[in-house]
Every structure is written in structure tokens, then in C-alpha cells.
Design a protein. Sequence first.
Length: 61
Amino acid sequence: MAQLRAVVAAIVQFDREIAHVACTLPDYALFESLPGAAPQLALRLLAASGEQREHFRSADE
């Protein structure tokens, strides 16, 4: 049981660190503002979209 508590505590700490870093990312607020995008989904979308999104001129591309 002590091992489980330690793992849960580590996960909680990682979640805090991820949230702290997320707030520093330039486009995080944009992705978080999407309807239905919770903080975790916003981070996934941001990561999936990559860093070089400017080569797309429109959503059709």
C-alpha cells in the first residue's frame, strides 16, 4: 500500500509540473479555449499539432 501511495504522490507531482510548464507555452491558451478541451486534451492537441504550424495557410491544407 505504501508503494501505491508513493506512485500516486509522484503522479500528482508530475501533473503539477506539467500544468506549470503548460502555462508557459505560447499557444496553450488557444488550445485550452477550444470548446470541450480540458487542460490535458489541450496539451495533447498542442503536442500533436507540432511546432511548425505556420506552413499551413488554411484549415483546408
